[in-house]
Design a protein around this ligand. Structure first.
Ligand SMILES: Nc1nc2c(ncn2[C@@H]2O[C@H](COP(=O)(O)OP(=O)(O)O)[C@@H](O)[C@H]2O)c(=O)[nH]1
Ligand SMILES: [Mg+2]
Length: 337
């Protein structure tokens, strides 16, 4: 990627953007070079993770939120990354998402990209991070990352975000699920969508009660307990962030203005408390660690011959070597540098 292409991307050329995203997704040499060239232009965008059970209305919310954002006086550019670890690229869910976002597809200030990279080297988090960097460099102000809140991979994806929105629905017992999955702990904002259905207020009260219990256990801002630096930063301010619980009806765009207000308040809180900077630093630290792992793996794969590996494996099969000592043997055998 040369300086001219970087400029074309930053000027807003969608074709260039599409091509770079594909190169990045396939982890081609061109993709790696693009990420290198674009990195200096990243670090501006507000990354927002939206997670929750399948069918909770995440895509509908993303749709409504994006339209609301585009109606703001400054009309921020919005990128949408739909992370779908389960369905293939041409799967029904993604097609459904497209159908629900027809007007967004026409908006030059909106870019929608689906990703199904289960099993990709470096995993979903790395791929999402790479996409985010491309959008960030391309001048997208807001990056909405939709992911199904099912497991560790999704929690990692959400960890990339500055603001995490957890979507629940009334009366489905998802509250219980959410707590089991530890999903409540990662929420900066909780949304009870489908508030047109019975039991919405009850769900709101339930989630509020659960949050309060969490706070009583771990002190103010304890929802980010594992990230102690983030916790410290958010406790420095006199007003720590308390995750609000909101009701929305995504398909009727109800409650979306309030949701946007809360998102903007969270961004302001992050910046003023120094939490934004701490999160950025931690994300970059993780990125370096991922790159080290990746580089070591690449290095090792290039160095170890299949014959040597097979012979060593055979020793392990015959119980002459343990897997641990086999690994140590192979690593010693490599000529470092
Ligand atoms: N009644 C009602 N249905 C909704 C609402 N939001 C979304 N839906 C519907 O719920 C289904 C799943 O929505 P979708 O946005 O695809 O959920 P996702 O799987 O979480 O992305 C779709 O049929 C939507 O039309 C809402 O606020 N009220
Ligand atoms: Mg969806």
């Amino acid at each position: 990627m040369n300086a001219e292409q970087v400029e074309t991307l930053i000027r807003g050329d969608r074709l260039t953007l599409s091509r770079i995203l594909s190169q990045v997704e396939s982890q081609s040499e061109a993709g790696k070079q693009a990420l290198e060239a674009l990195f200096p232009f990243t670090g501006r965008a507000h990354k927002i993770g939206i997670t929750g059970a399948p069918g909770a209305g995440k895509s509908s919310l993303v749709n409504a939120l994006t339209r609301q954002l585009r109606r703001q006086p400054d009309a921020p550019k919005v990128a949408i990354i739909a992370v779908d670890p389960t369905s293939p690229f041409s799967g029904g869910a993604l097609l459904g998402d497209r159908v629900r976002m027809p007007d967004l597809q026409q908006d030059p200030g909106v870019f929608i990209r689906s990703m199904a990279t289960r099993g990709a080297l470096g995993g979903l988090a790395a791929a999402t991070e790479a996409f985010s960097q491309v959008f960030d460099a391309a001048g997208y102000d807001i990056i909405l990352i939709e992911t199904v809140g099912a497991g560790q991979a999704e929690v990692e994806v959400v960890n990339l975000a500055h603001t995490t929105i957890v979507v629940d629905t009334p009366g489905t017992g998802d509250e219980i699920q959410a707590i089991k999955a530890g999903i409540l702990e990662i929420a900066d904002i909780l949304v009870v969508n489908k508030a047109d259905r019975p039991g919405a207020d009850q769900s709101v009260r339930y989630l509020q009660a659960m949050l309060e219990m969490g706070y009583a256990r771990s002190g103010a801002a304890g929802h980010h307990a594992p990230e102690s630096a983030v916790k410290e930063a958010s406790e420095k301010t006199t007003h720590p962030w308390v995750p609000p619980v909101l009701k929305t009806i995504a398909i009727e765009s109800q409650g979306i203005e309030d949701l946007l207000g809360v998102i903007q308040a969270h961004r302001k809180f992050l910046l003023e408390s120094g939490t934004w900077q701490v999160k950025e630093r931690q994300a970059l630290q993780k990125a370096i660690q991922r790159a080290i792992t990746q580089n070591l793996m690449d290095f090792w794969k290039a160095k170890i011959t299949p014959e040597l590996f097979e012979a060593t494996l055979q020793s392990v099969v015959e119980r002459k070597l343990s897997p641990e000592s086999a690994a140590q043997y192979l690593l010693r055998t490599i000529q470092w540098l």
